[in-house]
Design a protein around this ligand. Sequence first.
Ligand code: SAH
Length: 345
Amino acid sequence: MSKADILSMTLDECRALALSLGEKRFRGEQLYGWMQKGVPLSEMKNLPASFREKIENECDYRLPEIARKQVSKKDGTVKYLMRMTDGECVESVFMRYEHGNTVCVSCQAGCRMGCRFCASTLRGRARDLTAGEILGQIAVIQRDTGERVGGIVMMGIGEPLDNYDNTVRFLRLVSSGDGLNIGLRHISVSTCGLIPGIKKLSEEGLPVTLSISLHASDDTRRSSLMPVNNKYPIAELMEACREYFEKTGRRVSFEYTLISGENDSEADAKALAALLKKGMRGPSHINLIMLNKVDETGFDAPDRKGAERFRRLLEENGMNATIRRRLGSDIDASCGQLRLKNMEE
Ligand code: SAH
């Protein structure tokens, strides 16, 4: 029998756990409080030693551990390599914005989506993270920085909708008023476009921002960059996004990574604007990302001027587009590179 994954538990579940271990209900509340602060079991000072021992023996406390940490000298961005209790490593990034601190979390150890430009997928997917392991990244970072985290982007390693149940449990946990209490409106879930997951998510009553990794506006090009497009082509994806907007009232945003010679021409910009105008029946927001070069992939980013021209063309064609600020450009802060490096070592 597998041991109880306590970091994935709600407050009520922790209370029930304490009772089931022969302790008072409030001991479960104390345990929950400590876990939400990212505190190791040995430091949960107000818990009786006997309770801690029972937890040690009968539960599985999967608190991530900081294996490596890189601090950007340019902008204070902190990139963490987090080691899970079974040794699998993922990346998390702490970013400071004017409107508050945001953490980028990973949801799987590796990825099986196969996007050609992405480092996370090069060695496939080792396993899904549990809800607690996703939450734990934030708890540990708040503890390490001593600063409050106000926003989350699920844009680290892994595909959230390929780990659906854990992602949804994580979203409920992390936004819970008795826990980290991070508002769902300040959380972005990024997906390569798994349509069944998008449909399901629209029924959960979770007002998160859905962010679609589009990267190309015709099926031939998109399929060559993102194999997932063979199964879920663009027209169906647009339909699912519009449904998501209609059901949730939340505007869908689109990510478009600029890759030199692949998707960054003038015609590409116009096609992108036309696609979204028609598909979303109105303006949508496009986040342009400069490709972070991954040696194994052979792709390159356009220069800044090219990116700016692309952005301007989108605006001229009625789209609202921003080029994402490159935080932590001096510390390899693109998803998957640190995990990969660590595996190679
Ligand atoms: N699986 C999710 C979240 C992962 S990554 C998704 O596909 O959306 C977050 C974003 O970074 C995605 O838009 C992804 O396509 C993009 N990305 C991946 N590798 C990149 C790279 N080397 N340079 C720039 N963006 C990259």
